[in-house]
Design a protein around this ligand. Structure first.
Ligand code: NAD
Ligand code: LMR
Length: 328
């Protein structure tokens, strides 16, 4: 029997990530091959026409699971009855820009969206913030939605997680399906701490197979600065890989992570590993019954501790900057 349709709202639908994301959502990759989807697209008025073009293409693809596509420039209408919100719409970083430069430009978008989610979304709403600076924007949205549990606002750290897996595959030849228990702690920024302390490659500890010098001098900075490397190479920020990571994140959130495995999700801390409560932080997570659980019993080495502490400071500084700008 067909399942009930799920309303998915995508902001920034006419942008680059939107173009890579919407067709995969409509194909069933976000929620599963038996879940009909109603798409709500939110754009700023100047980009509504472009979103209409994308909607024409979505309809022309004749996806069996796609029930409807509606386009809005009104945030309250766009989040009416939303079950899954993908908050993508924001200005991307361009060459030479640091994430702090984005705070002022983008911070103002996520308060009103959080409020609209609070007032209009379905009770079971799940929100993934992709627009940068993602962790802080998720924090702003959650703070603006007092009636929605903070656990429902996630920041996308899955792209960082996938990038870490890809570097490990490239270095060791291990198939992606045999790489387990990688984590990227902290903030989706160059501060992040990709960590293989617990990782296994084909069932064997990764740290026994990798050189410490390669890990600290190549692996960590390559993963952490991959966003800037893509901007340098493409002349535009990552889009298809970002869309793919958003699909992975929501699919696992809704359908659960594989037994014995974990992933990285940017979720609200309850104080785990000394991360202040409420900070939206990359943690090792499993998903059970539609909810993330932080893997909270890991032994923490000195270097991991330093990586976590550095990210706590970076995340708090972004929030302080937003407060100074009067956004929070
Ligand atoms: P883009 O410029 O191609 O598209 C952004 C879209 O958002 C535009 O169509 C714009 O009109 C729309 N928009 C702007 N303000 C809006 C608002 N208030 N409401 C609705 N829509 C609005 O950018 P992109 O390449 O699609 O990237 C989008 C965001 O995702 C950027 O902030 C980028 O830095 C971020 N990003 C995050 C990750 C991650 O891993 N978290 C990865 C890649 C990109
Ligand atoms: C990325 O990681 O590719 C994006 O967040 C873009 C950026 O600004 O780094």
């Amino acid at each position: 029997m067909a399942k009930s349709p799920v309303t998915v709202t995508v902001t920034g639908a006419a942008g680059n990530i939107g173009y890579a994301l919407l067709f995969r959502i409509a194909s069933g990759a976000l929620l599963g091959p038996d879940v009909p989807v109603r798409l709500n697209l939110l754009e700023i008025p100047q980009a509504v026409k472009a979103a209409e073009g994308t909607a024409m293409e979505l309809n022309d693809s004749a996806f069996p699971l796609l029930e409807s596509v509606n386009i809005y420039d009104d945030v309250n209408q766009a989040f009416e009855g939303t079950n899954v919100g993908l908050l993508v719409g924001a200005r991307p970083r361009t060459k030479g820009m640091e994430r702090a430069d984005l705070l002022a430009a983008n911070g103002g978008i996520f308060g009103p969206q959080g409020k609209a989610i609070n007032d209009h979304a379905a009770d079971d709403v799940k929100v993934l913030v992709v627009g940068n600076p993602a962790n802080t924007n998720a924090y702003i949205a959650a703070a603006s939605a007092p009636d929605v549990p903070a656990d429902r606002f996630n920041a996308m750290m899955r792209l960082d997680h996938n990038r870490a897996m890809s570097q490990l595959k490239e270095k060791t030849g291990t198939p992606i399906s045999e790489i387990e228990k990688v984590v990227v702690w902290g903030n989706h920024s160059a501060d992040q701490y990709p960590d293989v302390s617990y990782a296994t490659l084909s069932g064997k500890p990764a740290i026994d197979q990798l050189d410490a010098e390669w890990l600290s001098s190549y692996f960590v900075p390559t993963v952490a600065k991959r966003g800037a490397a893509i901007i340098e190479a493409r002349g535009a920020s990552s889009a298809a890989s970002a869309a793919s990571a958003a699909i992975d994140h929501v699919y696992d959130w809704v359908n659960g992570t594989a037994e014995g495995s974990w992933t990285t999700a940017g979720v609200a801390s309850h104080g785990e590993y000394g991360v202040p409560e409420g900070l939206i932080f990359g943690f090792p997570t499993i998903s059970v019954g539609g909810e993330w659980q932080i893997v909270s019993d890991l032994e923490i080495s000195e270097s991991t501790r330093a990586g976590i502490d550095h990210n706590i400071k970076a995340a708090q500084e972004e929030i302080d900057a937003v407060k100074e700008l009067g956004i929070l």
